[in-house]
Design a protein. Structure first.
Length: 180
């Protein structure tokens, strides 16, 4: 009985302490890689990522296929995603909302809802004219050759299935993600 309890206990402990709250991600869209950082030290690098079909930069509106530059957090984890795993980002940020408000892309009410969500550490609205559902995900059943050949997402950051499985052991809800 003690042996079974020990096995269960150690299995639970090794599963429960996989993510480090000091870990954050730097997504380098130019170099097509994600650096897993602890402080300023890179502890791992995930190469050959794919980004949005429209490249990376400032998103102007929903459907532009651009991977947004900025600082976000992992707001939710979809473990049963069609892309294997989906780490949803807290896009749009308050800074994204401010730019969009000044450009007339969103109204004051939408701006206020986005800013309020961030103030209360909630997921911002995902159905605004700025778009939403931006995240880091795997391939699911998508073709690895397409992933390796060109940028194919609608603004997300894509990894291979083994890479997203590995990343899921290093990050958690709340992990900072900086996209440049």
């Amino acid at each position: 009985m003690l042996r079974i309890y020990s096995l269960l206990f150690f299995s639970f402990v090794s599963f429960a302490v996989f993510a480090d709250s000091d870990v954050w991600l730097l997504v380098d869209t130019h170099a097509r890689k994600i650096e897993v950082k602890k402080g300023e030290q890179t502890i791992e690098t995930l190469e050959s990522i794919a980004i949005g079909r429209g490249g990376a930069g400032s998103k102007s509106h929903r459907g532009d296929n651009i991977t947004p530059f900025g600082e976000y957090r992992i707001g939710w984890v979809g473990a049963k995603s069609i892309f294997r795993r989906f780490f949803g980002l807290t896009y749009p940020s308050a800074a994204d909302a401010e730019k969009a408000l000044h450009k007339g892309v969103i109204d004051r009410s939408t701006f206020d809802r986005i800013v309020t969500a961030h103030q209360y550490k909630q997921i911002p609205p995902q159905n605004t004219p700025l778009g939403g559902q931006i995240g880091i995900h795997g391939l699911g059943h998508a073709d690895l050759k397409i992933h390796q050949a060109f940028d194919w997402t609608h603004g997300c950051i894509a990894l291979t299935n083994p890479q997203i499985d590995h990343l899921s052991q290093l990050v958690e809800t709340g992990t900072v993600v900086k996209i440049k």
